[in-house]
Design a protein around this ligand. Structure first.
Ligand code: PLP
Length: 407
């Protein structure tokens, strides 16, 4: 992988911040965008902008072709059987909420169980809390091991024939843990439950095959994989989606509307009420082209290398605690003794290094880790080991700075 050529595709990376070349290590929050994606959106607005599905005019049918073409790219990207199974929406949060509000409320009843883990992002906790509260169901947690993983034995002990939904992150946005979703799907199915996979941190980084994983639902966000903000995908198995009610009602999603009742369009449009996210979907299509041109196996190999390098380099810093297992996705979450992560992030910013500090939308996990916040450096296809070296230097400076400050 020619990292220099890749970096040249990302104009935002070519700048100084606070007098230093920018080191962007916050891609788990949102990734940067390559020129091809920026240009695809720009070109659409300059030449084609029009509403989809309704117009009989030329621009309208061009826009529709581009929008539906992006759906086909998304289908291929995760190897779904059909474009009927690809629902465009705002992102992972929206996708998970659609499943909770539609499938969850219709299929979870009093006394049933919903199973999640303590490492979930708030987007994969709160929708299930809401379903559990409304339906009198129990929310159960698969216990977390000391190293930030879960065991299949614990999954088997937690999932029962009362379980209706197992909802789990493919990759933890804090620990970097890669969960064995294929095996968990099998356990869920053996117990008559469906599995909902939060793919926000996996789709950008590894080859996803929803048929091989045999997941029932899989949600991901475009903005974490080089696409614009405001576009995401919810995959669902066609028979499940067909049996589900829409959650948003209005234009675009209807077949016939009469005074007192209405009927819905077929999949996937019945879940896409209102004018869709046309430019976003086109941007996502361009992002998929960009990623596939490099190759997900190449990207995964590069990220594995850089994650290992970062883990080893940060492990060598005295007084630094890393959270999560050794085998991980390309992010490192850590704390420096005696220094608040917000202060770590502020000092690093003066060196032009962008990391994230806070609870990372994972307050349940923060409690398990017995911390209020952590710092996180997250890498993507454009990051280099030299940038990790800059992070290490910055952290050593941070230590020195706070070592000299008396409280
Ligand atoms: N799930 C995980 C694991 C995440 O990391 C994120 C975002 O950080 C989300 C869900 C929510 O994604 P979005 O804000 O794009 O809806």
């Amino acid at each position: 992988m020619d990292i220099r050529a890749i970096r040249e595709q990302f104009p935002v990376l070519d700048q100084e911040v606070n007098g230093h070349p920018l080191v962007y290590l916050d891609s788990s929050a949102t990734s940067q965008k390559p020129i091809s994606v920026i240009e695809a959106v720009d070109h659409y607005y300059r030449t084609t902008n029009s509403n989809v599905h309704r117009g009989v005019h030329t621009l309208g049918s061009r826009a529709t072709d581009l929008y539906e073409g992006a759906r086909e790219k998304a289908r291929r990207f995760i190897n779904a059987k059909s474009t009927s199974e690809i629902i465009f929406n705002r992102g992972t949060t929206t996708g998970l909420n659609i499943v909770a509000q539609s499938y969850g409320l219709a299929n979870v009843n009093e006394g049933d169980e919903i199973v999640i883990t303590p490492m979930e992002h708030h987007s994969n906790i709160i929708p299930w809390q809401q379903v559990a509260k409304k339906k009198g169901a129990t929310l159960k947690y698969i216990p977390l091991q000391e190293d930030g993983t879960i065991t299949l034995e614990d999954v088997r002990n937690t999932v029962t024939n009362q379980t209706k939904i197992v909802a789990i992150a493919h990759v933890s946005n804090v620990l970097g843990t890669i969960n064995p979703v294929k095996e968990i799907a099998k356990i869920a199915h053996e117990n008559g439950a469906v599995i909902v996979v939060d793919g926000a941190q996996s789709a950008p980084h590894m080859k996803i095959d929803v048929q091989d994983l045999d997941c029932d639902f899989y949600a991901f966000s475009g903005h974490k994989m080089c696409a614009p903000t405001g576009i995401g995908v919810l995959y669902g198995k066609e028979d499940l989606l067909n049996a589900m009610e829409p959650v948003e009602f209005g234009g675009e999603m209807i077949d016939f509307v009469e005074k007192y009742d209405s009927t819905w369009k077929e999949l996937p449009w019945k879940f896409e009420g209102g004018t869709p996210i046309i430019a976003g979907a086109i941007g996502l299509g361009a992002a998929i082209d960009f990623i596939e041109e490099i190759g997900l196996d190449e990207i995964a190999a590069h990220e594995e290398h850089i994650a290992n390098y970062a883990y080893d380099a940060l492990s060598n810093i005295d007084g630094l605690t890393i959270y999560g297992p050794r085998k991980r996705a390309s992010l490192v979450t850590f704390n420096l003794d005696e220094v608040h992560p917000h202060d770590v992030s502020t000092v690093l910013d003066t060196e032009g290094i962008a990391i994230r500090a806070g609870h990372h939308c994972a307050q349940v996990l923060m409690k398990e880790l017995q911390v209020s916040a952590t710092a996180r450096a997250s890498m993507y296809l454009y990051n280099t080991v030299e940038e990790v070296d800059r992070l290490v230097e910055g952290l050593l400076k941070t230590k020195e700075y706070f070592g000299n400050v008396s409280f």
